[in-house]
Write a protein that binds this ligand. Sequence first.
Ligand SMILES: *Cc1c(COP(=O)(O)O)cnc(C)c1O
Length: 326
Amino acid sequence: MKRFPLGFFPTPVQELSRLSDRLGGPRIHMKRDDLTGLAFGGNKTRKLEYLVADALTGDCNALVTAGAAQSNHCRQTAAAAARAGLECHLVLGGERPPNVTGNLLIDELLGAHIHWAGPYRKGETLPDVERELTDRGLRPYMVPYGGSNVVGALGFVSAIEELVAQDESLAGQLTHVVFASSSGGTHAGMMVGAKQARLNCRFLGIGIDKEDAVDRMAARNIVELANHTAARLDLEHAFVAEDVELDFRSAAPGYGVVGKAERGAIRLCGRTEGILLDPVYTGRAMAGLINAIALGEFQPSDRVLFWHTGGSPALFSYADKLGSPA
Ligand SMILES: *Cc1c(COP(=O)(O)O)cnc(C)c1O
């Protein structure tokens, strides 16, 4: 499968010993996909390398995708389109806010065309936009929500390959990989990558979206995506629902709602390691890891890799929730 270069790989891995000490927990390393380098970086860069190559193979001339107003996926798609010389159309939830900041500001700076979708933030209106663009004579390439289909998931199959090649000894010692999980492409790609690389550790996704019927749905979608991705690679393995570990305990307040747990995790990581998490995904995922450590769910001998999936531009749009009180 072809790959259109968009990021700087391998992203660094570093040990967070001050954070581990503070938490009294296992050794924690971090994979810095916030540093992929594409317009503030993030995990979508990996998926987009495969998606953009696919768009160019199909002779498309516009990328179209959807998300929330502060979507990191949309921001990286806008940058990828610019790099590949494609038009970018973003279908964003809500209305254009009076003060344009964070990811939305960057979308506009990168030249993306924005279609406001009111109550829809998951691409429900994408078919209408596709028709509109086709009628105008464009050849749109539809990037799925979160970049999560088989093509996008290949980015995380190769991410695991990258990790093993980067530090085989660390990779072999890992007991857990912890990360923010939402549309599932990251999770599914990692599971397939680990199977292919014979990496034996748990992949613990921290659910970002509210827990309701969605959690079982999410697990089913991830299994299905993992199986389709494995099939694409001729990997003979059938994943089952029990292979998907998703922890929704931190997601109860709902998508993008920043509370004490996220604020605490962002401040702790910033103040012990000088690393910025984001309010919606990695802040919540770190809060989930902190909670699980506090509940004694890790052994001192465990080795945890926290996969930083990016998102820091959204910090500025949450200034009112993240500022004082401490
Ligand atoms: C999209 C995103 C995720 C979730 O990745 P999925 O593949 O959609 O599950 C995690 N963190 C950040 C910062 C993201 O932008």
